[in-house]
Design a protein. Structure first.
Length: 91
């Protein structure tokens, strides 16, 4: 796996999703913290169960790429649950 430095900019300064692009590292860090919470809560290490857990507990599902990696996008499925995620982990 390639290690990309956090200061590498792979977007244009006039990108219409600039704030989202700038927040990717925080989002991915949050997903790692959520995975720890998932493992503590369930004892599972299964990625499918993790994705279902995210949806059931925090109301969103990360978008996966063709290779099964998590992209910088997600779909909100339950706004009330998603607010809990925002309050706990930030945006």
């Amino acid at each position: 796996m390639v290690q990309v430095p956090k200061d590498f900019q792979d977007y244009d300064d006039d990108d219409e999703d600039l704030e989202k692009r700038k927040g990717r590292w925080k989002y991915w860090t949050n997903l790692k913290n959520l995975k720890l919470e998932f493992r503590e809560e369930t004892g599972s290490r299964d990625n499918r169960e993790y994705m279902d857990w995210l949806e059931n507990k925090y109301g969103f599902r990360p978008t996966e790429t063709i290779e099964g990696m998590i992209s910088d996008d997600y779909k909100i499925l339950d706004e009330k649950k998603f607010i809990v995620y925002i309050l706990k982990y930030g945006k």
